[in-house]
Design a protein around this ligand. Structure first.
Ligand code: BV8
Length: 241
């Protein structure tokens, strides 16, 4: 690892791999979510129009799984919260994950670019509210009173991820870009490392179980379970502060 100036901001991209050791499934591992259900059937706006009950059942099951008491932040989430607390230049986590494990570990400067499983959104009035219960088309929106429009506040394929302008500005200023637990298959997140390279300011490191699709784009790579590799990397970063 080159010496990173502690006055420089850090941007961290996380994917499903950082939550695996907390007991949540990834998408593209052999036993992953997309090996059991098709994206086209549960994670597109067209699927929601075609069969809303099936889409709600998919997300209701994942929401109940996330709320299981056994699902807790792991040492990787905790290490990133420590980095945010102790790094002078500031840390922004951009997560593709829709779980709340970063928040529960103590991270505050956080963008859920693909939305949040524990929030619902009304397609009629746009109201976004906390949601820890099953959703269905029978439920009425508490804001506008209409039924049929409540959906998970989640970005589906073909929908624009959230806060992209803010993310791009952060990538341009980053002195360090860390990519953790993501296979590099889904855009625009998979292109973030190229954005950092384009601006030429930041060192880039991939911390993953195995090389991602975009592994060769990173200046540095370290492989192993996030719960081991991330705390070790954070310790090295903070040793220079
Ligand atoms: C959009 C929410 C445009 C739902 C998700 C080029 C440019 C732009 C778009 C595209 C493009 N090419 C194709 C597209 C379209 C599409 C796309 O990228 N398709 C792919 C499949 C080719 N992108 C989109 O549709 C995006 N929207 O571009 O809009 C637009 C423009 C104008 C106007 C309107 C729209 C929207 C994408 C968001 C979709 N929603 N999630 C939900 O969660 O149900 S994406 C989905 O994949 C998940 O959310 C997940 O977060 C994301 C990425 O997956 P990963 O997190 O990487 O997980 P994965 O299983 O793949 O990998 C896990 C990794 O962890 C592995 O490498 C594994 O080895 C590692 N690992 C495992 N265990 C561990 C570990 N690592 C460390 N420790 C461990 N223990």
């Amino acid at each position: 690892m080159p010496v990173i100036d502690p006055s420089n901001p850090i941007v961290v991209l996380t994917g499903a791999g950082i939550s695996k050791e907390s007991g949540l499934e990834t998408f593209r591992d052999a036993d992953g979510i997309w090996s059991k259900v098709r994206i086209e059937d549960v994670a597109t706006p067209e699927a929601f129009v075609r069969d809303p009950a099936r889409v709600h059942a998919f997300y209701n099951a994942r929401r109940q799984g996330l709320l299981n008491a056994n699902v807790q932040p792991n040492p990787a989430h905790v290490a990133l919260a420590r980095l945010e607390r102790d790094w002078p230049g500031g840390v922004l986590i951009v997560t593709q994950n829709i779980d709340d494990l970063h928040e529960r570990a103590g991270s505050a400067n956080l963008i859920h670019m693909h939305g949040e499983l524990l929030k619902s959104r009304c397609e009629e009035c746009g109201d976004i509210t906390e949601c820890r219960h099953d959703l269905s088309i029978a439920l009425k929106c508490l804001s506008c009173g209409r039924d049929g429009g409540l959906r998970p506040h989640v970005v589906w394929f073909g929908e624009m991820p959230l806060s992209m302008d803010e993310i791009e500005q952060a990538l341009a200023r980053a002195g360090l870009f860390m990519s953790i637990g993501t296979s590099g298959n889904v855009y625009p997140a998979a292109g973030f490392v190229e954005v950092v390279r384009h601006y030429g300011r930041g060192h880039s490191v991939e911390l993953n179980l195995e090389p991602s699709v975009g592994a060769t784009s990173f200046a540095e790579t370290r492989y192993g379970p996030a719960g081991d590799v991330v705390p070790a990397y954070v310790d090295e970063l903070l040793s220079a502060v």
